[in-house]
Design a protein around this ligand. Structure first.
Ligand SMILES: NC(=O)c1ccc[n+]([C@@H]2O[C@H](COP(=O)([O-])OP(=O)(O)OC[C@H]3O[C@@H](n4cnc5c(N)ncnc54)[C@H](O)[C@@H]3O)[C@@H](O)[C@H]2O)c1
Length: 427
């Protein structure tokens, strides 16, 4: 576990202040991770600048936000949004034959995924065009950011982009089976990953989730000559949670973005070696717009309540308890989650060095059943314990990343439940 670097000490409060600039590279969504760090920047009175992925018109054209969308996004962020579309990836970029990756699946049925063949040279062509478009737009965004910088002060750049599922309709039923299928509907993530459709996902995830961080670091080289700049990015590489009372590394399976997330860490390490303060913070599994597809990812979120109790935190745990059905208690949830996390089906593939692991029929079935069982213990399916815990996590993570970014100490950190609980009890 050479790379595993858990943050154990809470960093000192950051010295960012009014006049310093905070630039969020990625759009801010309602329950997304970035809300935590944006709250911190706002509280310090920093100048907040945001970005947008842009929107696709019905004919596929990528456009900036319209006036109404821009006003709503700026209000949500509490800052100015540079309205140049920063969509990354290449699924809608035409190849040399004029056909975009998403249009190469016309007439393909979901159960035909294994036999689809893609011309890799065409995929590569689209990819190159996608990179060029993104980098060109990014350069224009950075030029706008530059105009807003003070003569002196600090700049904190936060990367929150992740994604890249190709938007061809046929992918959704396949991925739904892959992440949520049981019995006859089970689909092996390994078999899919080794198919041409899987390879396309791999290239797309790398481009959106990882390489955008490199483009961002490169595009802002000029800013580093003017101000002291630090970079922070959201990673995922499993999380240390309390299992049988001990902080233990575990992960969601099958996390197909995992290879891209390792690549993201590599980019930070490479930059760090050149003296650039870039850090990837590996964060716990929570529920956001982006993680909704990964049902069961939240099974390892429940032990946070144990970590909170250990720190004497009361508020969040009480809030969770109030959401439960009659007869269910926080201990019921913790018991089920601990049984899950110590089950052979889950521990047999728990291995840091060979992460990320692929799914297996019984493992996936068990994960999904436990997820359903735990969620059924909420009195109201729309107001769930996981939402409360997710919010706690993104707030705690936001504070840790923000404070750590003042004087970053390493290119990769794991923010585990213990250090998040220690932070939350003080917030
Ligand atoms: N949710 C989790 O459990 C979890 C765990 C660890 C790390 N993270 C990471 O946190 C970060 C934020 O994710 P989140 O879960 O808060 O979800 P989110 O949906 O709120 O954020 C996803 C971000 O990715 C951007 N994005 C998506 N597709 C894009 C594309 N093609 N081009 C450019 N940008 C694109 C969105 O604009 C948004 O800023 C991501 O890096 C994610 O991997 C999430």
């Amino acid at each position: 576990m050479s790379r595993y670097n858990a943050m154990r000490e809470i960093p000192a409060t950051a010295g960012f202040k009014e006049g310093d600039v905070f630039f969020l590279c990625g759009e801010l969504f309602g329950r997304g991770y970035a809300n935590g760090i944006v709250d911190e920047a706002r509280a310090k009175g920093m100048t907040i600048i945001g970005a947008t992925v842009g929107r696709r018109d019905n004919d596929g054209t990528l456009r900036p936000l319209n006036a109404e969308e821009l006003a709503a996004a700026e209000e949500n962020l509490g800052g100015k949004i540079i309205n140049i579309p920063l969509e990354a990836g290449f699924d809608m970029e035409p190849g040399s034959d004029g056909i975009a990756p998403v249009d190469r699946f016309k007439g393909v049925k979901p159960d035909e995924w294994a036999s689809v063949k893609l011309d890799q040279a065409e995929v590569e062509f689209s990819k190159k065009r996608g990179t060029e478009r993104f980098c060109k737009n990014l350069a224009a965004v950075v030029a706008e950011v530059e105009k807003m910088l003070p003569a002196k002060g600090r700049l904190l750049v936060v990367h929150t982009m992740a994604g890249g599922i190709p938007r061809a309709r046929v992918f959704m039923p396949i991925l739904n089976k892959l992440f949520k299928g049981q019995g006859d509907r089970f689909l092996s993530s390994e078999a899919f990953w080794n198919s041409d459709m899987g390879r396309l996902c791999d290239a797309s995830f790398n481009e959106v989730t990882a390489d955008t961080f490199r483009y961002l670091i490169d595009a802002t080289a000029g800013l580093r000559e003017k101000l002291e700049v630090t970079y922070a990015a959201y990673g995922y590489h499993g999380t240390g949670v309390l299992i049988d009372g001990v902080v233990t590394w575990q992960s969601y399976t099958p996390y197909l973005q995992g290879w891209a997330k390792i690549r993201l860490e590599d980019i930070a390490i490479e930059a760090w070696e050149k003296g650039i303060k870039a850090t990837v913070y590996n964060c716990p599994e929570i529920l956001t717009n982006s993680s909704a597809l990964f049902l069961g990812v939240e099974n390892s979120l429940y032990p946070l309540m144990d970590a909170l109790r250990a720190e004497g935190e009361q508020k969040i745990v009480k809030e969770c308890a109030a959401l439960l059905k009659e007869g269910a208690t926080v201990d019921t949830l913790l018991g089920i989650a601990n049984t899950y996390l110590t089950s052979e089906l889950v521990t047999s593939t728990r291995d840091f060095d060979s992460w990320p692991q692929h799914n297996k029929p019984q493992q996936q079935e068990y994960m999904l059943n436990v997820s359903a069982e735990l969620i059924s213990l909420n009195a109201d399916p729309k107001e769930i314990v996981c939402a409360v815990l997710s919010k706690g996590v993104f707030q705690g993570v936001g504070k840790l990343m923000f404070d750590s970014s003042w004087e970053p100490k390493a290119p990769v950190f794991w923010l585990n439940h213990d250090v998040i609980a220690k932070t939350l009890v003080k917030m």
